[in-house]
Every structure is written in structure tokens, then in C-alpha cells.
Ligand binder design. Sequence first.
Ligand SMILES: [Zn+2]
Length: 269
Amino acid sequence: MEIIDAHVHSLACGIMCGGQVDVRYKTVKEGLKSRGIDKAVFVPINDISWQPVDEMNDYMISIIKNDEDIVGFIDIDISKMHYAGGIKNIETKIVELYERGLKGIKIHLQNLGVNGDDWRLLPIYRLAGELNIPVMIHCYPGSSPGLIENSHPKYIEKIVRVFHKTSFIIAHFGGVPYFNLMPWLNYDNVYFETSGVLPIFKKNIGIEKVKLIFEEIGYDKIFFGSDFPTEDIDIQIDIMREVVNKENLKYVFSENIKKFGRQFNWWKK
Ligand SMILES: [Zn+2]
């Protein structure tokens, strides 16, 4: 069965997680290939303490130019948006990156250290809708430099309702603390991906409860994502097979994201 991974990391600096994980393109691509995965969405991490954003975007563009199976998302730096012309500058940069081939924007609330409804993010949500590219929002109460609160769905709820012309992908399904709240974010313009969380969901929430929430959300709104190579991808594939029944599995593993991506010219074939 075809699998498309909605959440993969390959960084310009080549390392992640304090330097413990090798995220060079070649390693990541070979790792996916060995699981029979060709197509994937590569997302940045919005962490300027780890690497400069311009370098990351140039790196992402070099990947997508040579590998049409990869969809690349835009990395953002909001630290200078309060400068004179700061909002215009980031907007210009996003348009330029879109024109160079990146087809989505990643918002990592913990790494940016802001809540989902922060004023600096508002023009970005609006512009994504105008350019017709989706926004992936990190929704998982982990990882510094931000705090638990940053990913709280109460902020994201406002955003997905106000910016109803923008498509959103909720990354990590809210993690364990917010998993039960996910149905309240389930608007027409919102989709969900499972990266990194299925093992802890199985352990702390249980397969049956996960199934109930997935059913409530709808199997047409869920994408498989792994956070590879920072998380064990094989166990996540196995747990997905436990949670999702046979007839819906192909939608969650590939059909939903293919259909979703068609709106944004993600994959030609
Ligand atoms: Zn990630």
C-alpha cells in the first residue's frame, strides 16, 4: 500500500535533536525509500537558535528542484517583524519563496515561542490563503524554547475560524493533552496529521479511544505523518494499521493527502 509521509525533517545544518539525529537529505531519503515511501512533505522547524531561516529555505528549494516527490514548506523568522516595514518584508520573502517552488508554510509555535493567535502570525495566515498554500501548525505541548501554552487549541481555534480561506494542517494531533480537543478544530479548512504521537497515544489513551476521536474527525481529514527521522517510523506505521480499518487505511496513508495536495499543485503524478 502506498504511503506518503506528511511530516518529515531534513535540515540545512544536517542535524537535529541536539545533534543526535542525522537529517541530511541523503540519509532521510534512503530511510524513507527503504520503507517504500517515495513522496513526502519536508517541513522546517522555525528555530533560529538552531540554524538561519534563509539558509534553510535555500536548502529546501535545492531539494525540491531535484526531487519532484518532495513538497517543501517555508521556514519563517518572526523576530524582526516589529521593525519598520517588518511585516511587509516577511510577506515579500514568503511570496518570493512561493515563486521559487515552496508550497506550504510551517508554523512551529513552541520554537517561535508564541501562541497561535500572536499578532505577528496573522499576516502570514492571511497571505497563505491569498497564495493558496496551506499552513502546518505544530500542536503538541512539547519542546522548548516555548511553553506548553503556545500550542493550546484555544488559540488555534480562533485562527482557523477567522482565516477560513486558508487551509491548515494540525501537526501531531495535539499530543496527549489536547487530543480530546481536536474535534473542536475540525472545520472544513482544517486537516490533521499524526506525526510522532501514535506510540504515546496507544500507551496513554488506548487504541479504542483513538479510534473514537479519529472517527469523529473523519477518516477523510487525517494524513499519516511520522516526524522521521527524529521518531521511529516503523512503529507508527504499525499502530496506524491497528487504529484504522482496512477500507480507510489507503485514504489515511496516501489518498487524502494526494487529494488535498492537488489544490496546491503538490505532486504532478
Ligand atoms: Zn516535526
